[in-house]
Write a protein that binds this ligand. Structure first.
Ligand code: GUN
Ligand code: ZN
Length: 453
């Protein structure tokens, strides 16, 4: 797994032909036909990694010039998928049997994360993790590292080598965890600060201040996390919130003077517009309202919520137009059961069904692309094919497997109704096998046809 950090500027200047689909609005609040943009025979012009033009092939063909034209006709090209919550140190512990959240953390998670004190091991897993993301069409993620600063270095070095836009941070955890994983309020502040100064804004990399969850932080540590947000206003806050009933009860015991789980984060200064809270399965209506007011975001992690038996996220309450909350999708590996955001939309659809709701294919696409970009305040750079955005995109083969080929015999759709049907087949049946290629800044970073690039 050798990667070249440097590349000539002339690379990332390409023309891509194929069926192009992206979201230009939010289909939860707008008519779906106005929220999506589709060119059955489209052309994407990319210059030095940025989108220069998008449109019908016929309309743009004479602007290709001398750039290489890559023909993906027969495939559906969408913006790179965005995973708004995942743990890279948990890559090797997916499918850990039999427990719900708090026991699962103690029995499996903490011993696994201990191994990330070793920088060489951390780098090995970070490489595998990022290759897995690319194979699944995920081009940006908000990523928990481990408590050890070297685990953050290993992750960012691996991401930098692949030119990826990634957000990560050191876990802050000063109580209710084994000694071998605990920092102190002061050391977590100092180590996080040094990592922010080293990595935040370096190339495409961004930093998230990352207290694990309120149960493993003292009030003093949460307040120092907020101090970092004051000192570095464009870094993120990334944590877990209201995932599981026993967890919520435990938070009430640990913080009796606060008015519920979100209030712990709120009164310590952590509920902000660049804050992303994973799960929110057990949130009250008032808490949704407060998140909306603060313009904070939630990562909806259906495979994890089902695997750990945490519950069914109330997506329609988060997207309630009276108090809209930004929502992205998260795989939450290793509680999540797949790296694939297509498999994650599949489970999101089923969670909606169990709650008597519908999640349309275009809404699912939005959550995995532009919705994720908005949740991460990156909609000026990612999430659609708008001009000037970074050219991270995924080529999906609607006939990738014999089953998909049977399901999608019609080939590339010409109408929005036919497109919705084809997209739904990918939302439900898609996985890494449907990903034909993944491009980063206009350069092919993964191809299903080439074993290694
Ligand atoms: N809450 C605190 N830590 C974790 C974690 O590692 N995974 C999940 N799913 N929830 C958590
Ligand atoms: Zn998590």
């Amino acid at each position: 797994m050798e990667h070249q950090p440097e590349r000539p500027v002339s690379q990332g200047t390409v023309a891509i032909r194929g069926a192009l689909l992206d979201c230009i609005g939010d289909p939860f609040y707008q008519p779906e036909d106005q929220a999506v943009r589709y060119f059955a025979d489209g052309l994407l012009l990319v210059r030095e990694g940025q989108i220069e033009a998008v449109g019908a092939y016929k309309a743009l063909a004479d602007r290709v010039g001398d750039r290489p034209l890559i023909d993906h006709s027969g495939s559906l090209i969408i913006p790179g998928l965005i995973d708004t919550h995942i743990h890279y140190p948990q890559t090797g512990m997916m499918a850990s049997y039999g427990e719900q959240l708090l026991e699962w953390l103690e029995r499996y998670t903490f011993p696994t994360e201990r191994k990330f004190a070793d920088p060489a091991y951390a780098r090995q897993v970070a490489d595998l993790f990022l290759d897995e993301l690319l194979k699944n069409g995920t081009t940006t993620a908000l990523v928990f590292a481990a408590v050890f600063p070297a685990s953050v270095d290993a992750f960012f070095e691996a991401a930098e080598a692949r030119h990826l836009r990634m957000i990560s941070g050191k876990v802050m955890m000063d109580r209710n965890a084994p000694d071998y994983l605990c920092d102190t309020a002061q050391s977590s502040y100092e180590e996080s600060k040094a990592l922010i100064e080293k990595w935040h804004g370096r190339g495409r990399l961004l930093y998230a201040v990352t207290p694990r969850f309120a149960a493993t932080s003292t009030e003093a540590q949460l307040k120092l996390a907020a101090k970092l947000l004051d000192e570095f206003p464009d870094v993120y806050l990334h944590t877990h919130l209201s995932e599981n009933v026993s967890e919520v009860a435990w938070i009430k015991e640990l913080f009796p003077q606060y008015d519920g789980y979100l209030d712990v984060y709120d009164q310590t200064g952590l509920v902000r517009s660049r804050s992303l809270f994973a799960h929110g399965v057990q949130l009250t209506d008032d808490e949704f309202r407060r998140l909306s007011e603060a313009k904070a975001a939630i990562s909806f992690c259906p495979t994890s919520n089902l695997f750990l038996g945490s519950g069914l996220f109330r997506l329609e309450q988060a997207k309630n137009p009276e108090h809209p909350v930004k929502v992205g999708l998260g795989t939450d590996v290793g509680a999540g059961t797949s790296f694939s955001l297509l498999q994650t939309t599949n489970e999101a659809y089923k969670v909606a069904q169990l709650r008597g709701q519908k999640l349309s294919a275009f809404k699912a696409l939005f959550l995995a692309t532009l919705g994720g970009a908005r949740a991460l305040c990156l909609e000026d750079k990612l999430g659609s094919f708008d001009l000037g955005k970074e050219a991270d995109f995924v080529v999906l083969d609607p006939q990738a497997t014999p089953l998909l080929a049977l399901r999608n015999q019609g080939g590339i759709p010409q109408t929005l109704a036919a497109l919705e049907d084809l997209l739904f087949s990918l939302v439900i049946m898609g996985s890494d096998r449907a990903v034909a290629a993944t491009y980063i800044m206009g350069e092919r970073a993964y191809s299903s046809k080439v074993a290694s690039l």
